[in-house]
Design a protein around this ligand. Structure first.
Ligand code: C2O
Ligand code: CU
Ligand code: CU
Length: 472
């Protein structure tokens, strides 16, 4: 399809055309949750080196039949890359797919040339080896493809994985951290399968593709055997368009400990946590021996506006993951009352506020142009951005290179679950969000970073801009 054909497709569909889905109690949870392996690293001259191969394959996800999928070091999704603050790393990306792609390190502060955005394409058969030093606090990040115009398709086919950063501050806290045992990646995606198991890639409405089958870590109808009194779930919305409002079937309270960019200052008790595409949250779930609880997505509510009128899967009630506690559980320490020192930039240092108006596949009335730099930002600058969704559809907003503080939504202070470091934020229609952040001290006069709507179809359709970090 040429760009013109894509523009026509984007105009079709829209809010209100789809009936709300409800899978409550209809999912028969029976498949053990797949835990992505940790990516092996070799040490080479003081550098931790990872090898990631993007490849095509076949996956058995649903009973109807096998699906052609893409994955990293396997047929679907990829290993969890785990690094520590201060590490010098190299990641060799070998592209064995029949077309060019790229891997972007979402949420990572790193030099622009290593960012894996649409300017760092890895051609079919080629290898790309970015190197950088990990320079941020412990956090749950992720990696995914970012080829301009094809990100949604590449993610939907199965490319992506989790990227965990550790540090001493997090390591000193009494938190569950045994990977795959009481510290669990929960990569939530929705896909639609045909009657013979093939991935349906064409069923789009205004927000993009809303799949009818929910997968966690690539597993349909997943069950997690809980073996400890406290389990840490690293929730990642890796869907291309669907937003989830997570909660538990019995209404239990859980404890949020971290958002996109790392630990909160203090834990936040919640019964719901909403994540739009690209967002993460770490939660601690307490369990009693022998019990079962289902992680679900519930119809969304937000105090600021009634956005149930618009459709990003917002009216759906979906079964996501069944947690089955063993008869005997490993004891857990109480969640620490204080987590991390969160030190936001001084707002006095920010100059004039920059405005970003989200429209119909445009930002500030402009469609993405790979050859146009939209902004130049001085290295190390503290800036204040205002993001206004002036469109009647849901969007969100993601910025590369930085973690930001949410100052306000329509002049109201953010809810406690939004009061941590963020790199992606939900932008409901009619809402203005004010952000504060400090940019990288490393300038690169040539390679831009991106900001964009993380509803991947919107991003592909041009809802993205580019900024350079230049010498101060
Ligand atoms: Cu998650 Cu520009 O990406
Ligand atoms: Cu990103
Ligand atoms: Cu959007």
């Amino acid at each position: 399809l040429g760009a013109g054909a894509l523009a026509v497709l984007a105009g079709c569909g829209g809010p209100g055309e789809r009936k709300a889905m409800d899978t409550t109690g209809k999912v028969e949870f029976r498949n053990p949750l797949h835990i992505p392996p940790l990516a092996p690293a070799t040490v080479d001259g003081g550098r931790l080196t990872f090898d990631l191969t993007t490849q095509a394959g076949e996956s058995n996800i649903v009973p109807q039949g096998p699906s052609s999928t893409w994955g990293v070091n396997g047929a679907l999704l990829g290993p969890t890359v785990r690094v520590r603050r201060g590490d010098n790393i190299r990641i060799n990306i070998h592209n064995e797919l029949p077309e060019a792609t790229t891997l972007h390190w979402h949420g990572m502060r790193l030099p622009a040339k290593a960012d894996g955005g649409p300017h760092q394409m890895v051609e079919a058969g080629a290898t790309w080896s970015p190197e950088w030093q990990i320079d941020q606090q412990a956090a749950t990040l992720w990696y995914h493809p970012h080829p301009h115009g094809a990100t949604e398709r590449h993610v939907y086919k199965g490319l992506g994985g989790m990227l965990i950063v550790d540090d001493d501050e997090e390591g000193a806290l009494a938190l569950p951290r045994e990977y795959g045992v009481d510290d669990i990646p929960v990569i939530v995606q929705d896909k639609t399968f045909s009657s013979n198991g093939a991935l349906v890639e064409t069923d789009r409405i205004g927000v993009g593709m809303l799949g009818t089958t929910i997968l966690v870590n690539g597993t349909a109808a997943p069950v997690l055997e809980v073996t400890a009194e406290h389990t840490r779930l690293r929730l990642l919305n890796a869907s291309s368009a669907r937003s989830y409002n997570f909660g538990f079937s019995d209404g239990r309270t859980f404890t949020m400990i971290a958002s996109d960019g790392g630990l909160l200052a203090a834990p936040v008790p919640l019964t719901r946590i909403m994540l739009t595409p690209g967002e993460r949250a770490e939660i601690i779930v307490a369990a009693a021996p022998g019990e079962t609880a289902v992680l679900r997505s519930y119809p969304q509510e937000l105090g600021v506006v009634d956005f149930r009128a618009v459709d990003a899967g917002a009216q759906d009630t979906l079964d996501v993951l069944s947690l089955k506690a063993a008869a005997r559980l490993a004891p857990a320490a109480p969640v620490p009352a204080k987590l991390a020192a969160v030190k936001y930039p001084d707002p006095v240092l920010a100059g004039e506020m920059r405005m970003f108006m989200l429209g119909n596949n445009v930002i500030n009335s402009k469609s993405m142009d790979m050859n146009r730099i939209d902004l130049e930002i001085k290295a190390g600058a503290t800036e204040s951005w205002a993001v206004l969704n002036s469109h009647n559809q849901p969007h969100n907003f993601h910025i590369h290179d930085v973690q930001f503080q949410i100052l306000s939504l329509n002049e109201q202070p953010p809810l406690p679950e939004l009061a941590g470091w963020k790199d992606t934020v939900y932008a409901p229609p009619g809402v203005t969000i004010r952000l504060l952040m400090q940019f990288s001290k490393l300038s690169d006069p040539v390679v831009p970073y991106m900001y964009h709507c993380h509803l991947l179809w919107h991003e592909d359709m041009g809802m993205m801009g580019q900024f350079l970090v230049v010498d101060a």
